[in-house]
Design a protein around this ligand. Structure first.
Ligand code: PGA
Length: 253
């Protein structure tokens, strides 16, 4: 059975005290949740340590938004997988489109991160997705396949189910434009065929959808057979809307 996950990506939002207040409220709202979804938050690096203390003894997963693949070294401004492991981090978002497009990360670098996260016992949440012009030119499948092959270059077929994938069409991120459930489902199903071609047990791989997920659209998205949860940006910043999303995710998934 593949994992069902609702993960929040806070991006560059919240001071430590703001992060603590939001998570405390979220934990209060989620304390009776026994649903089918695991859930967690990837705060900025600066708040990980504080949230680690708060989430102790709860079911909240703790994530990071990025990492450097080397354990240590002369990489000014970077945070290594070893440091994240030391902080009790469960999952690391890798290859987010903002990292790819604003900070110029390529599939080769992302592939090293995926490998390093796995080697340190954490779950990589590997993001892939096409830009608007690529979709309009009919290149969605080619782009997604290229990103998958490149980013999974150092992962054996047997290990692929340890990687969580997040399909995030770039045109849907932070824009309020969600992919329709049918559009997202089509790409998710395609991703499974690529994974199958790689020799992986594709039915065991968790594939999240991301891009303007909100309390109002999460149910219909997670109703789709190949959508196993969501990676949520803006709507995860408020505890009320994030708790609502987790509770509204399709229960029979
Ligand atoms: P959004 O962000 O929910 O604000 O569109 C999603 C993401 O970037 O992971």
């Amino acid at each position: 059975m593949r994992r069902r996950l609702i993960l929040g990506n806070w991006k560059m939002h919240k001071t430590v005290s703001e992060a603590e207040a939001t998570v405390q409220d979220l934990l209060d709202r989620m304390k009776d949740y026994r649903g089918p979804y695991e859930w967690g938050i990837a705060p900025p690096f600066t708040a990980i340590s504080a949230l680690r203390t708060l989430r102790e003894g709860t079911s909240m997963l703790l994530g990071a938004q990025n990492c450097h693949p080397e354990p240590q070294g002369a990489f000014t401004g970077e945070i290594s997988v070893t440091m994240l492991q030391d902080l009790g981090v469960d999952f690391v978002i890798v290859g987010h489109s903002e990292r790819r497009h604003i900070f110029g990360e390529d599939d080769a670098f992302i592939a090293r991160k995926v490998r390093a996260v796995l080697d340190h016992g954490m779950t990589p949440v590997l993001c892939i997705g096409e830009r608007l012009e690529e979709r309009e030119q009919g290149h969605t499948e080619a782009v997604v396949k290229h990103q998958l092959l490149g980013s999974l270059a150092h992962v054996s077929p047997e290990e692929i189910p340890r990687v969580v994938l997040a399909y995030e069409p770039v045109w849907a991120i932070g824009t309020g434009k969600t992919a329709t459930p049918e559009t997202a489902q089509e790409v998710h199903a395609f991703i499974r065929t690529v994974l199958r071609d790689l020799g992986a047990d594709a039915e065991e791989v968790t594939i999240l959808y991301g891009g303007s997920v909100k309390p109002e659209n999460v149910t219909n998205l997670t109703r789709m057979p190949d959508i196993d949860g969501a990676l949520v940006g803006g709507a995860s910043l408020q505890s009320q809307s994030f708790a609502h999303i987790i509770n509204a995710a399709f229960p029979n998934a």
